[in-house]
Design a protein around this ligand. Sequence first.
Ligand code: NAI
Length: 482
Amino acid sequence: MTFDFKVKDLGLAEFGRKEIRLAEHEMPGLMALREEYSAAQPLAGAKIMGSLHMTVQTAVLIETLTALGAQVRWVSCNIFSTQDHAAAAVVVGRNGTPEDPQGVPVFAWKGETLEEYWWCTEQALTWPAGPGGEAGPNMILDDGGDATLLVHKGAEYETNGAVPDPSTADTEEFAIVLGLLKRSFEADPKKWSTIGERIQGVSEETTTGVHRLYEMHRAGTLRFPAINVNDSVTKSKFDNKYGIRHSLVDGINRGTDVLIGGKVAVVAGYGDVGKGAAESLRGQGARVIVTEIDPICALQAAMDGYQVLTLEDVVETADIFITTTGNFNIITADHMSRMKHQAIVGNIGHFDNEIDMAGLTKLPGIEKIEIKPQVHEWRFPDGHTIIVLSEGRLLNLGNATGHPSFVMSNSFTNQVIAQIELFTKKDEYPIGVYVLPKHLDEKVARLHLDALGVRLTELTKEQAAYIGVDVAGPYKSDHYRY
Ligand code: NAI
């Protein structure tokens, strides 16, 4: 079998396969879906373009999608998050060899440039015509919305008949996107609108991507239906919280090996990710200070026992700064210049503009020293330095390996169910943004109980009637907050 792909080194596939085998045991939700659906093949005919961190856990997701009948092309949604051995193993596949790969086309490696990143995204969206001439993709599985954005932006320019102009971009990255779209417009002025028309739906993984989808839907520009996987309870209340609780300190430790206990750590934002981040740092003995703009989350942080202050109050005295807001310009270049010597600065929100890296680079007399990949010391003209992790991008995936398998099994079980919903029940999902129904959310949780030895209490019929639910669930109303 020959197919196009680009990864670092197929020789890493054997190591990747071993880690995938261990991860499968820790991902009972995905393995249960394989068992439930592999005979029925509900995703036969689905051509899924995935843009989501190419990790070991994602490899188990990809191979679950193919076990259910899908064809898949994949990229990472971050330039630093690919685990090269996982990417290699997915390309080689279970039955292939590095010389004769039999798996799935992946375009991803750790340490892409931004040009390469967008090139990879375009490759995974550009489906070669199959034997019957059928093209793809007809589904997107997105994390952060970059694949969805590329299709929508490209289609928008094509519909307006306007050639994209990179000089109008407000950021370096957007100039790269417009350059790519300009080239494709000149080669095929219908490329993205054709892809957009073919896509039946997108399932979106994260808070930031979900914001983008709701914005497009409000503006009337969304071209296909979307399932908001992030707001399944078994996603955002687990991955965003417990996943971060694990992977934030993992990233700081692997990046710096600085003792966290006793240090003053600032967590900007006390949403789901911020709650996990604060707990993670407190678990290591840090004295944690939270910043918030929302009075409800600020009060929650205070009642959870954290001091809530503003960044201005602590910028000159804290040791560790972590942004978790999904917002931009949280830590400015001026803030960084005022931090104490060797303060650690990192972001765990989706995009790299929470920390103003562009502004830091432009400070007069600033010097960047690479300690190792994804760990840089920035020296200010007065000689003091700060340590910035993953160049301001998701540090848990850049400096460590992201969330562990068990929590990702919850997220990805939602993803697979969302793909099945959108692909097999086209008529039930007109253009709009949906969350999965609660009984499916409860199903995802249920699939993870046995592995932890959880014994669930069953309602009696009388109790169920008394609280007005079915014995088999759903157990809560849609407005219940958990
Ligand atoms: P959220 O909306 O629950 O929390 C964000 C919080 O930041 C909110 O409480 C908001 O009030 C606060 N905030 C906004 N602007 C602020 C400011 N200027 N100063 C202080 N606080 C501010 O969102 P969630 O789910 O916690 O996600 C946050 C980010 O993390 C998103 O970009 C999301 O995509 C990303 N994410 C990253 C993961 C990872 O593995 N690194 C995993 C899951 C989500």
